[in-house]
Structure formats: C-alpha cells, structure tokens
Design a protein around this ligand. Sequence first.
Ligand code: SF4
Length: 379
Amino acid sequence: MIDTVKTENEKNQGDKVNLLGLSPQKLIEFFDSIGEKKFRATQVLKWIHQKGADNFEDMTDVSKALRTKLTQICEIRAPEVVSQNISSDGTRKWVIRTDGNNNDCVETVLIPDGDRATLCVSSQVGCTLDCSFCSTGKQGFNRNLTPAEIIGQVWLAIKSFGPFDPNGPRRVTNVVMMGMGEPLMNFEPVVDAMTLMMDDNAYGMSKRRVTLSTSGVVPKIYELATRTDVSLAISLHAPDNALRDVLVPINKKYPIAELLDACQHYLSSLPDKRHITIEYTLIAGVNDSEDQARDLVTLLSDLECKVNLIPFNPFPNSGYDKPSNNQVRRFQKVLADKGYTVTVRTTRGDDIDAACGQLVGDFHDRTRRSQKYIDVKTL
Ligand code: SF4
C-alpha cells in the first residue's frame, strides 16, 4: 500500500515514505493504509506545512505511539540547500541539491515587491524543450522533480525567514511555476504540489496567487482544466508561427491557433472570471518591432489576457541581445494604446544571477544537448 504513494525517485532515495510531497488526499490514503484515521493525516499535514515540522517528535498533539510509528516508516525530507544568496534588492535565490549522487541542482527565487513576495519554483532538473533564448533549455535535461522537491522549495523559502509562524505575515504570497523546466511535462507532481499550495490545511494560497506558466503543451492544458483552477500564463514570445517555431520549438507540434483555443477552454472551465498572462520575452531585432507588436494585438484580440514583457537577459553564447529601453517602451505603447494591460518585468536580483532566464542550475544532462550546443558554438 505504501508504494502507491511513493514516486520512483522517492523509492530510490530510501525505504521511508517522504510525507512532505504527499497531497492531502494521498496523505489520507497513506494514513488509511497504515490503519490511522483521516483526522490524524490532517494534523500531520498542518504540522509539516503550517508549522514547518521536520520530525515527528515535535508533533505534540499526536499520540506518542503514532509518532513512534511514523518515525519508523516515514520522514519529512526537504531538498538540501547548497547556497542561499540575498540580493541588494531583497531578492533571495537558493541553489537546491536534488540528487546527492550526481550533485544535480536547481534554483528557486523569491522576489519581494511591497506586500507581495513571489516565489519562482522549478519543476524539472533542466528542460526537454530547448527554447532558443532560454539558458535552462541550453543546459539539457536530467529528470523530473518529485512532489516533495517541488513543494519543498516553498517550505524551504518560508523556513529561510526563521521558524514558521502561522499567525504572522505571509512570507510567500504568490507562487509562479516558472523556474527551471516545463511544468506540464511533469504533470502529476506539479498538480500535487499546487494542491498543497492551495489547501487550507497546508499553505492556503488563493488560486489566483498560484500561476502555472507553460510554453504550450496543449493536451496538458485541457487536462489541467479538469484537475485544478490555478492561474495560467503562456510563454508566447512571438506573434506568428514562423518565428515561434524557432524561439519555442514545441510550437511546431502545437501551433499558436491550437494554443489559443486551449487557453479559451481553460478560461471557460474556471468558476470565476480571470485572464491569461501572456509572457513575451523581447529580443532585440528578433521579435521587438512595432509591426510585431501590432501583429500581437491582432493575435490576442479574442483572448482575455494581460501581457508581461520581459526584456531578454543575455547569457554567454545566447546569440541574442537585449532590446533598448526605448524599443521596449515603443512595443509596450502599441499594446497599451489598444487597451491591453501591459507590464514590463524589471530585472530583479541581477547581482546574484536570479533574473528571469538566468536560472541554469548544475546537473547531469541526459540529452547531451549542452555538449552539442558547446560544439556548435565553438566550430
Ligand atoms: S523557456 Fe521554459 S519551456 Fe522553454 S526551454 Fe526554458 S524552461 Fe524549458
């Protein structure tokens, strides 16, 4: 029975069940499988996610016998923090080890902004999708993160401020699944982790404050609509298929029209009125002209959306350049004049390499993409 709630990676890391990544329903099923009542699962859920417990002995309202039993067969294991850097603007970046054997690492970033603090969470060690402007994509791919490794990023970020305080101000107000990896390519673990983020007995975040960002894995957007009601962001980056095929190669499989249909379906499946966030990385001379802004206006005319412009952050051998501030403003104006809400993402955490597009981690690449990339660049 225990095996039904253990992922492959968790099985490989030891015999104990890591309760950190179990969704509320899976935790109840697990407790049932060991002959324990549902309310005990809820007690333990609160201890882990609302009080930051990392051992069972601290759970003072749980009977001694159950604490002993849980200690024997379970654990609460967050990924190991390799480093924490705090930028002069308050941005925090963690490098998190996901596999002691290979030394594989991913990155997590917390961006404070007034009374908000947004955590950018990774979902994969690397990424399979190879978007041409993305440093993570260039690094190749190793594996999917487990639910414990995904929710563990939230747990660790809150813990970095000291002991959990359920009655204090929220230390993480928003989560964006926008770090390393394509979250819809690691579907079940991501859904489990987001369920924990929103559960009242765990982190209790509003569905409007948990956002999944996808490059456009269309069938999974339809599936997502049946499983959750988090907010959705689309990494669009181009106003036409010819250019998007180059920048976001998954577009060849799921072209823009199919992607926009999936977005409409997702919005219509939500119980409340919401919009899609369109992410558009502006790359000098590639996708930042005013004509392209006008094409974008036409493309998005039927979609409830707002647009987030992200000036490209160059990285070594990227082959792309950052647009000028004037060009960003001109592009923004075309959209704003047509009534779109347009934000321009300001670079945060630049001094600790935490800006968007700079998350690279360090891992064993199973795709050999990183080597091919180096070979091509050095020809
Ligand atoms: S932009 Fe996102 S989907 Fe594309 S390669 Fe980078 S991490 Fe993967």
